[in-house]
Design a protein around this ligand. Sequence first.
Ligand SMILES: Cc1cc2nc3c(=O)[nH]c(=O)nc-3n(C[C@H](O)[C@H](O)[C@H](O)COP(=O)(O)OP(=O)(O)OC[C@H]3O[C@@H](n4cnc5c(N)ncnc54)[C@H](O)[C@@H]3O)c2cc1C
Length: 394
Amino acid sequence: MNLDFSPEEHAFRQDVRAFIDANLPAATRAKVMGDRPLEKADIVGWQRILNQRGWATPSWPKEYGGPGWNAVERYIFLDELHQGGAPEPLSFNVAMLGPVVIAYGTDDQKRRLLPRLANLDDWWCQGFSEPGAGSDLASLTCSARRDGDHYIVNGQKIWQGMGHWADWGFFLVRTDPDAPKKQAGITFLLIDMKSPGVSLSPIITLDGRHEVNSVFLDDVRVPIENRLGEENQGWTVAKHLLGNERTNIARVGVTKRILARARRAATATGLFSAPLFAARLARIEVALQAVETLQLRVLAAQIKDNRPDSRASILKLRSVEVRQAAGELLMEACGAQGLSFVRFEAGERPPFDEADEGWSASAVCFNLRAASIYGGASEVQRNILADTVLGLGR
Ligand SMILES: Cc1cc2nc3c(=O)[nH]c(=O)nc-3n(C[C@H](O)[C@H](O)[C@H](O)COP(=O)(O)OP(=O)(O)OC[C@H]3O[C@@H](n4cnc5c(N)ncnc54)[C@H](O)[C@@H]3O)c2cc1C
């Protein structure tokens, strides 16, 4: 198995890098590089620039407006975005909903939705999890009953990432509570977040930020043409979508960016010369190299067999552990100044550039705690590995 990039792939990387350098707004890059929160307009603006170039939908086939890249080209593109300080195209629109619209949508849905998803004309959120249905998603109870040419939806969803910015949401609802298997009675609905009866409540996470929400649905009327796929077949659509959610989850470029910040901060504070710190940094860098190699192996196998590789679970598990270790190192490197809530008195300065290395270190570290929960919790990944890779079938 050849894990080296070909000359064409190197040239492709240079093209992507040059495009980012020439077109990414400086303010957006500065926020991403310093892990400071982005505004909605930063993300929408950049996605539209990418869309003009035909690069907003890396995983879509050419016939639906995608660039027609293979898995390695997609990896290189995302790696360059991560290391170059550019936001990824909005994954709810592009990596999650777009591919299932292509696979299960009617011609009319494809025509209406795909161009708007690509251009981020509508911001979408994911309404899957419920207070009693996360890892065991098929236990969901949010209900939809038919009333003429509408569904009436009632229930609660939780953890909707950026739901407060969303125009629309894709939801899993239970349409047949008596189905013999819980997976069998679920339907995939597209819901206008401005519909009467939809309300949101913010959840402020440990990093002090508002990223996630609870969504309440109270007698929400949804036209049946907003159903994706057949009634009671939503689990098939959801499985396809969740498979895509785990693609490119390793985000090696993001971890590299965090480690570079930790190195700069530790150099500024003098911590870098402490032998234990340098040793920890080296250990994490080596672990990251192993993750990157695994990522390339998974990609190579994916291209050869044209299907997701079961080792993707190892990748999810291990890449998150390494990224979390990098986040902890960054926070340690910044010391007390890395705590978001530390304020400096007039005239007092942290030993590094506050805007770059400073206050957001704790936010990065705390935010990363969630990475071992979303996209399939670590314990669940271990179960998958036990079954599919180790063959320990329970
Ligand atoms: C920051 C963040 C953003 C999110 N964004 C979204 C979003 O946009 N839309 C959305 O729908 N959802 C979202 N989620 C929800 C996410 O998918 C769920 O949190 C996740 O599936 C875990 O479900 P849960 O929180 O109910 O925990 P649970 O499933 O209750 O798990 C609790 C603990 O038990 C462990 N566990 C569960 N089952 C098993 C098992 N079979 N064997 C061993 N251990 C097990 C888990 O690993 C975990 O440690 C988000 C979550 C977070 C934290």
